[in-house]
Design a protein around this ligand. Structure first.
Ligand SMILES: *Cc1c(COP(=O)(O)O)cnc(C)c1O
Length: 484
């Protein structure tokens, strides 16, 4: 039942003290024509409503969540405690900088550590998501070529194993996308890359590890090829969970990188934000970064870069996500950061090895933090698709892996167990995957009917995509009255 349907006129919860100043209403012409549709409930009903919704959801605190490319790992509670401190949470971006020195120190320290981890020279926390960081990074590349009066560079090279947001961001930044195929080993086809590397190329965007979970073994050659044609190299670092503290994009020849703090650096995500997709760069691009920069002089100051690409978001971005990231980095420390990545890679390989005699792997080699299965053959012989296996997992309390992505693998299931899962959890999940495989062979009908234990059962996916119902249709209400 929706909260609007539980609403009863006049029910209230007194969350705010009564108004003790004179009420001033705007003139008739500035008043809304209809009353706002606000649900009216008591505090108790409200609390129950959201608890009920929370129980219907599956999160990392409920069970295994191996959603490939999303890094759904456990977020230590201490991050939340720090982000909840009044000195961080109850400040205003227009406060005098002398009163928020600690907050500026958080931004400055986080920049220092994340530059150290990525091998970059400067970083901006303004972008609010990974894709937003990509867009910012591409604007840096664009500004760089324009500042050199190099106007013919309109192309961005993107391998077909890139995350789906890469080509979208490149187009939004005004570039044309040149797609490069992957070789049979899942890595960039170097011959094709050489052919594409012309003096019209502004840069390359590489997702690494790529969407099939592989670290491109030719990475140094790739960045050399691009630099030799005058382009810059962009590293999609949303998958940094595989390499943090172990290998640095800056050392591999990359000029720009974005991170997903909400994935790798442990902020709860998946519900639509807030996130943070900071963009880091080498010295040559620093002056183009989004304009607000924190600088350390006697104290911390805020400076505005003159040649900046402009604002990507107001003020400092989603600041509290940065607080969580810094807490995470400081609690893990120099030893813990690489350990987290090593365990993420170990867990993915462990799970892959537990499954690969049944499920065919798209690339049967050592993977990084995630691996991709192809259910093409299973579908041919049993009629059971990647979707059916995913639905079967739901009935067994496991969030499905990412489905039908990457696009270069047919009937793909992409699993990312993350480092925060125990061997027992992985063993249980392997067992469940194996049982579902058996079920596909012996009783496929059962899997076609799944899920049967979830709050909603098998959905009409086509109907949902073609005729989405995104608005609640209210009954007409009366114009706003004097005390509405
Ligand atoms: C998640 C992801 C993105 C996009 O990040 P958002 O925060 O969802 O915009 C980009 N690239 C890769 C490789 C990703 O995994």
């Amino acid at each position: 039942m929706l909260i609007f349907e539980k609403s009863r006129p006049g029910r209230k919860c007194q969350l705010l003290p009564p108004c003790d100043v004179e009420l001033v209403r705007p003139g008739k012409e500035d008043q809304r024509e209809q009353a706002l549709h606000l649900p009216e409930l008591s505090e108790g009903e409200l609390s129950r409503h959201y608890t009920e919704l929370a129980k219907k959801c599956h999160g990392v605190n409920d069970g295994f969540y191996p959603l490939g490319s999303c890094t759904m790992k456990y977020n230590p509670r201490i991050n939340e405690e720090m982000a909840g401190l009044a000195g961080f949470a109850e400040i205003h971006p227009l406060q005098p900088v002398s009163t928020v020195q600690g907050c500026l120190e958080v931004l400055s320290l986080a920049e220092t550590y994340l530059c150290e981890i990525t091998g970059m020279d400067a970083m901006s926390f303004q972008p609010a998501a990974g894709a937003h960081g990509e867009f910012a990074g591409l604007l840096l590349i664009k500004a760089y070529h324009e500042s050199r009066n190099d106007k013919k560079r309109r192309k961005i090279i993107i391998p077909d194993s890139a995350h789906g947001t890469n080509p979208a961001s490149a187009v939004m930044a005004g570039f044309t996308v040149v797609s490069i195929p992957s070789g049979p080993d899942g890595c960039v086809d170097l011959e094709k890359l050489r052919e594409a590397a012309t003096d019209e190329v502004a840069g390359l965007m590489l997702t690494n590890p790529n969407t099939v979970g592989l670290f491109d073994k030719n990475i140094l050659e790739i960045t050399d090829i691009i630099h030799a044609c005058g382009g810059l190299c962009y590293y999609d670092g949303a998958n940094l969970n595989a390499v943090m503290g172990v290998a640095r994009p800056g050392d591999m020849g990359f000029d720009v990188v974005h991170l997903n703090l909400h994935k790798t650096f442990s902020t709860p995500h998946g519900g639509g934000g807030p996130g943070s997709g900071p963009v880091g760069c080498k010295k040559i691009l620093e002056k183009f970064l989004p304009s607000i920069r924190v600088a350390k002089k006697d104290g911390y100051e805020v400076e505005r870069a003159k040649e900046s690409i402009g604002e990507m978001k107001s003020f400092y971005g989603n600041f509290l996500v940065v607080v969580r990231a810094l807490t995470y980095i400081l609690t893990l420390g120099k030893e813990g950061i690489p350990q987290a990545s090593q365990n993420a890679v170990l867990n993915a390989n462990y799970m892959m090895h537990g499954l690969k005699d049944l499920y065919s792997m798209a690339y049967d080699t050592i993977c990084m933090h995630e691996f991709v299965m192809s259910l093409k053959d299973l579908k041919k012989t049993t009629g059971i698709s990647a979707m059916d296996i995913a639905k079967g997992l739901l009935d067994r309390g496991i969030h499905p892996p990412t489905m039908y992505f990457p696009l270069i693998v047919e009937e793909a299931l992409m699993a990312e167990p993350t480092e925060t899962e125990s061997k027992e959890t992985l063993d249980d999940a392997i067992q469940v995957f194996r049982e579902l495989y058996e079920l596909a062979k012996t009783d496929p009908e059962k899997l076609h009917e799944a899920p049967v234990t979830t709050p909603v059962t098998r959905l009409d996916e086509v109907g949902a995509a073609r005729h989405p119902v995104l608005r609640y249709l209210f009954e007409e209400t009366s114009p706003q009255g004097a005390d509405a």
